[in-house]
Design a protein around this ligand. Structure first.
Ligand code: PMP
Length: 302
């Protein structure tokens, strides 16, 4: 169902402890998040009244902030209750939640010491779902030329506001007429999608690149590893080459927005049978069940 634009404009945004209307939710043009991408963020989902993996997302947010010497001026419990309160205020049961912590307002130089007060923002909105045919038929990927950052330059484990690496990869994929781009490490190993992690099924084993290769340690990735192990599958976090991916029986991407997105073609090679495989199907079913069971209730007062 299309969401009324007026309704959307009326959604409240939480900004530094205040709930304000969207038009009032503003930060300075001197904010280093805007000027330099200096900050961190999270994308979280609520399913039918429950916020999925909320603790894990907050954990990653605080870890990303710590890694860039950014102190979030709220305790985790405070942010958690702010997220739940914002959803309640907006009457959202199934939603997309964006938490942003920027370095804050400073001057035009890089020096973060000039930014005494981080800006903390919680945006909640209606979720835009991918078309169901993507899940039924699978999507096609292409390897892009732009490489994922090396952990020695800007560690992809940090979910920073600086997403230009991924945006350049996404543009290349779009220009190539594909939904998603497959990013490689500087050494040419498989890293991840532009906003999703990658898995393959190879001879019955579920494989995904380890996080030290320079990928975001996706929360959905962790859930999938857990669900696959529960199903009795062997799961390996291991280095993958393009050859491994091309010759896999199944392939899929994972992410908060995409959930488990089947991939049936990569760089023109048909993966497996070219149809969504049985492991992908079973995992997607298990994942969707889990999203309904697990999660922090929006109605929980903190
Ligand atoms: N990799 C990248 C680069 C991402 O931006 C995302 C989405 N946050 C993911 C992987 C998937 O992570 P998650 O499952 O936590 O959404």
């Amino acid at each position: 169902m299309a969401v009324d634009e007026k309704e959307r404009q009326e959604l409240k945004v939480w900004i530094n402890g205040q709930l304000v209307t969207r038009s009032e939710a503003k930060v300075s043009v001197y904010d280093h998040g805007f000027l330099y991408g200096d900050g961190v963020f999270e994308g979280i989902r609520a399913y039918e009244g429950k916020v999925f993996m909320l603790e894990e997302h907050l954990e990653r947010l605080y870890e990303s902030a710590r890694s860039i010497w950014l102190t979030i001026p709220y305790r985790k419990e405070e942010l958690k209750s702010a997220i739940l309160g914002t959803l309640r205020e907006n009457g959202l049961r199934s939603a997309y939640i964006r938490v942003v912590v920027s370095r804050g307002e400073g001057d035009l130089g890089l020096d973060p010491r000039k930014c005494p007060k981080p800006n903390v923002i919680i945006i909640t909105d209606h979720i835009e779902l991918f078309p169901s045919e993507f899940y039924e038929r699978g999507i096609e990927l292409m390897t892009v030329s732009v490489r994922r950052h090396s952990p020695q330059s800007l560690n992809p484990n940090i979910k920073s506001l600086n997403y230009l690496n991924n945006i350049l990869a996404k543009i290349e994929a779009i220009q190539g007429g594909k939904m998603e781009g497959l990013m490689l490490t500087l050494d040419g190993y498989v890293a991840e999608g532009t906003g999703e992690n990658i898995f393959i099924v190879s001879r019955g084993i579920l494989k995904t690149p380890p996080s030290y290769m320079g990928i975001l340690k996706g929360i959905t990735r962790e859930v999938v590893i857990h669900l696959a192990a529960q199903m009795g599958m062997t799961v390996e976090e291991t280095i993958l080459t393009l050859h491994d991916v091309y010759t896999a029986q199944e392939c899929f991407l994972t992410g908060t927005g995409a959930e488990i997105m089947p991939v049936v073609k990569i760089d023109g090679r048909v993966i497996g049978t070219g149809e969504v495989g049985p492991v992908t199907r079973r995992l997607l079913e298990a994942f969707r069940r889990y999203t309904k069971e697990a999660g922090v209730s929006i109605d929980d007062e903190q």
